[in-house]
Every structure is written in structure tokens, then in C-alpha cells.
Design a protein around this ligand. Structure first.
Ligand SMILES: [Fe+2]
Length: 255
């Protein structure tokens, strides 16, 4: 099949998603600058715990998450579903992880222990495509204005729970970081800006772009390990099929 006979969906998959046959290939690709989503299918070679510990040990750049520990379980839980989008059955709107952190994770792992046959599909959108489509005045606004992103509306337990700064900036290693989480639980606020209206319009433009642009869908299979470059892709998921969904995903943040 050549490129012209592929559907848009298939072309975007082959452009942005790469399958690795062995865990060694998966890990060595993770050590390079990543611009694709990596997938490794665990064929009962490792237990879930040993697989994740293996990757963590070899990567050696785990970002310890003070609230959830090294490995966070993401599963519908009625005790927390009102306060946590991750533990609810709702869709997760496109966002970047750790947007409230001084140093957001450069990538993160998702291990799918149980999947939902009719929901909980992973969604991705390349940051570079969005920035290329963004009007120059808005690009300038998200680079020059200071925005405030918190971990949650009510909870600030450490200095790493609040970020104040541009939505688009370079880190000390020269990598470009785009931060985004803007939903009714945690809306982005404008802290200060050369032009407040322009900063507000830039937020609105991004929100509209993310709502209107077809995202890449990936329906993970049970026992798949996925590595997502957090600076290159916004990510989310569709809502779970119902509240008895047994979808269970383990997440690890890496620097
Ligand atoms: Fe996330």
C-alpha cells in the first residue's frame, strides 16, 4: 500500500506512532530525542511490575511524583471521581502532563493492564502542528505573558504545585516546552501580560484549535507499554464506556 491509498488516520498513525519489537529497542529509543509515540507489546515476557521497574532502572530519570509515588494507578474510582478527572469515567481533554511543575516530565509511560472495549481511547495531537497553525501574535503572547497553572483548584501542597510563567518556553537544555491544562477543574489564569487581551485571545484560540482539530486516536491493547513525549504531544482520552469499566493503566513520569 502506498502513501496515497492510506487514510488520514493511517497516515497519522505511521507518522507519529512507532512500534518496537523488543524492550531493549523501546528503551534505547527512549534515550534519543523523541518525536514519536513508542509502543511495546509485552507478550508475557515480564510481569507488569518488573517491566516498569526495568524501564525505570535503565532510563534512570524518574520524576518522583510527591502525591502519587513513582507509579500512579489510573482507574475509575467513585471515591475520587468528583475531584480527579484521571479517576473519573469522564473524557480527559487534551493536555500536557505536569503543566503545573517547574520541570514537567519530558516523557511518560502508560502500561495498559486492562482496557475498556468501548471507551477510554487515547488521543494525541502534535504540539508542532498546533504551533505552526497559531497566528504570530498569539505565539508571541504565549511566549511573553505569564500564566498561572495549578495542580488543582483547591490543593497546593508544595511549590511544585503551581507554575507561573509562559505557556511556551525553552528549558535549560534548550528543549521547547508547551504547557497546557485548561478545564473547569483547573482553568489557566493570566498572571501578567504585555497585552492582557492578546493573552486571553491566545488561550481562546488554543482552546478552539484543540476542540476543532481531529486528534490521533490510539486504542491500546492489554499489556501494551506506551511512551509519550510530553513536550511533543498533547494527550487525553475519550470517556469510559461506563462506570463499571475495568480499564486500568499505570503511569510513570520520566525526566
Ligand atoms: Fe495526562
Amino acid at each position: 500500500m502506498n502513501n496515497t491509498t492510506l487514510s488520514l488516520h493511517e497516515r497519522r498513525h505511521s507518522q507519529f506512532i512507532e512500534y518496537k519489537d523488543t524492550l531493549n529497542d523501546f528503551i534505547s529509543q527512549m534515550q534519543q530525542p523523541l518525536d514519536k509515540i513508542l509502543i511495546y507489546r509485552n507478550s508475557n515476557e515480564f510481569s507488569r511490575e518488573s517491566l516498569l521497574q526495568n524501564v525505570i532502572a535503565q532510563h534512570q530519570k524518574i520524576k518522583t511524583n510527591d502525591m502519587f509515588g513513582d507509579i500512579r494507578t489510573i482507574k475509575y474510582d467513585p471515591r475520587f471521581s468528583k475531584n480527579s478527572i484521571a479517576l473519573s469515567a469522564n473524557a480527559h481533554h487534551l493536555h500536557t502532563d505536569g503543566s503545573f511543575c517547574k520541570f514537567p516530565p519530558s516523557c511518560f509511560l502508560l502500561y495498559f493492564e486492562e482496557t475498556d472495549p468501548h471507551g477510554g481511547v487515547s488521543t494525541f495531537l502534535p504540539v508542532a502542528e498546533m504551533l505552526a497553525a497559531m497566528p504570530a501574535a498569539f505565539l508571541q503572547a504565549i511566549t511573553e505573558s505569564n500564566f498561572c497553572i495549578t495542580r488543582s483548584r483547591h490543593q497546593t501542597t508544595s511549590i511544585d504545585d503551581v507554575y507561573i510563567g509562559p505557556l511556551l518556553h525553552n528549558n535549560q537544555a534548550g528543549e521547547q516546552i508547551f504547557r497546557w491544562r485548561n478545564d473547569n477543574k483547573v482553568p489557566i489564569a493570566i498572571e501578567s501580560a504585555p497585552d492582557l487581551n492578546m493573552a486571553a485571545s491566545a488561550i481562546n484560540w488554543i482552546q478552539t484549535y484543540l476542540s476543532d482539530t481531529p486528534y490521533i486516536e490510539y486504542k491500546a491493547k492489554t499489556d501494551e507499554l506506551i511512551c509519550i513525549p510530553n513536550y511533543s504531544f498533547l494527550h487525553g482520552r475519550t470517556k469510559l464506556s461506563n462506570i463499571s469499566s475495568s480499564r486500568c493503566v499505570y503511569r510513570v513520569w520520566l525526566q
